[in-house]
Design a protein around this ligand. Structure first.
Ligand code: XUL
Ligand code: CO
Length: 441
């Protein structure tokens, strides 16, 4: 295939193609057949796979106990612009070889941060021009951009919720530039992940004031992007903790309440991440159902946690039962509102070959494609929908329908209860539902 840059970084690996589940080729899709139509849309249109710039091209496998193990040629140049260009060349080579349509970035994934805001602005605008050309040449699109307002030590007490106004203003300046970059690259959405928006100790924290600041700050960011012609959706990405002891964007339900409290509900939706859901003691399915119930199922950061570890391990997804249940909610909600499936996942520290990120993304794409097919068959061929409808059928007519239509008072419920006498038990049939999932897998 034609190379977009001058060098080939992922040597010996060609375009990844669909070969079907009987293929023994590890560098082929077994289920992700991009042009196959499922439930009225191609897999490509449903899933909108995105590569996360930070994990795949910036993360080198460092952990709290040791340095990185993955040495990327694009990290060698000492000049920031040279390194950023090489990284972009590698990124676009990888994304096009995968056959994916999208990527996502933080501002300083694209290029190293400058020593001043002004210097960072110059760097960002130069790399954005370079990437805009690569985008145009390859057809790869930007699913969302975001600002890293959590790594630099200045944000140790938060960005929009920092007790020091000058840090908040600095975050505002940085987010303006990240939004400019997202708009210049025709980003379809813009994400806020409040990594340090929360507290380490309540003893030194005025929670109400910090929440008010965050609400006002997000409103200013929205107004700025809209004034620059941005038509996309803003997403908040919930996470309950890590790095802070407690983060304000705890989970989907908390964020939805916050958005309504501060008048942001019409412009913002949710970007839900699997490992964030499990850190909040929820399943991903729970988080997706909460968001869908409020019309706010915006986008997905796909990964998985570890059942034995209580931290954000960001592994690639591979559990077919879980992803099938998630895709059932996805299909029933009519898909995502503006977003896609972004692999916010990293290969393990001891995965050190250049082909390992290919295996990781192939596996991720295949599990979602397979789950999409299964979920569609469950909806179209099994008794699943009928069984749920049956559980609620007492609300379809008579007094149940009157209740749903707001026609009954509490006293009316009392009269009905008196007249009914004792009730027979209605089984929830959970095991039968579980068997249907298993049968279609
Ligand atoms: C952190 C996380 C971030 C966001 C973007 O846990 O998920 O990478 O997705 O800032
Ligand atoms: Co994420």
């Amino acid at each position: 295939m034609a190379l977009i840059g001058n060098k080939e970084y992922y040597k010996g690996i060609g375009e990844i193609k669909y070969e079907g589940k009987d293929s023994d080729n590890p560098l082929a899709f077994k289920y992700y057949d991009s042009e196959r139509v499922v439930a009225g849309k191609t897999m490509r249109e449903h899933l909108k796979f995105a590569v996360a710039y930070w994990h795949t091209f910036c993360g080198v496998g460092a952990d709290p106990f040791g340095p990185g193990t993955q040495n990327f040629p694009w990290d060698q140049p000492t000049d920031a612009m040279d390194a950023a260009k090489e990284k972009a060349d590698a990124a676009f080579e990888f994304i096009t070889k995968m056959g994916f349509d999208y990527f996502c970035f933080h501002d300083f994934d694209l290029i190293r941060e400058g020593t001043t805001l002004g210097e960072s602005e110059k760097r960002l605008s130069a790399i954005v021009d370079f990437i805009a050309e690569k985008k145009a040449a390859s057809g790869v699109k930007l699913l969302w951009g975001t600002a890293n307002c959590f790594s630099n030590p200045r944000y140790m007490n938060g960005a929009a919720t920092n007790p020091d106004f000058n840090v908040l203003a600095r975050a505002g300046g940085q987010i303006k530039l990240a939004m400019d970059a997202t708009i210049a690259l025709e980003g379809e959405n813009y994400v806020f992940w409040g990594g340090r928006e929360g507290y380490m100790s309540l003893l030194n924290t005025d929670m109400k004031r910090e929440l008010d600041h965050m609400g006002r700050f997000l409103g200013l960011a929205r107004d700025y992007a809209r004034s620059q012609g941005f038509k996309g959706t803003f997403f908040i990405e919930p996470k309950p903790m890590e790095p802070m002891k407690h983060q304000y964007d705890f989970d989907a339900a908390t964020v939805i309440g916050f958005l309504h409290q501060y008048g942001l509900q019409d412009d913002f939706k949710l970007n839900l991440e699997v490992n964030h859901a499990t850190l909040a003691s929820h399943t991903m399915q729970h988080e997706m159902a909460v968001a869908a119930a409020h019309g706010m199922l915006g986008s997905v950061d796909a990964n998985r946690g570890d059942y034995q570890n209580g931290w954000d391990t960001d592994q690639f997804p591979n559990n077919i039962n879980e992803v099938t249940e998630a895709m059932l909610i996805f299909l029933k909600a009519g898909g995502l509102r503006g977003g896609g499936i972004n692999f916010d996942a990293k290969i393990r520290r001891n995965s050190t070959d250049m082909d390992d990120v290919f295996h990781a993304h192939i596996g991720g794409a295949d599990i979602f494609a397979r789950a999409l097919l299964i979920a569609d068959r469950i909806i179209t061929s099994s008794a699943y929908d009928e069984l749920i409808a049956k559980r609620y059928s007492s609300f379809d007519s008579g007094k149940g329908k009157d209740f749903e239509q707001g026609k009954l008072s509490l006293s009316a419920l009392y009269d009905i209860a008196l007249e009914n006498g004792e009730l027979s038990l209605q089984s929830g049939k959970q095991e039968l539902f579980e068997n249907i999932i298993n049968q279609y897998i």
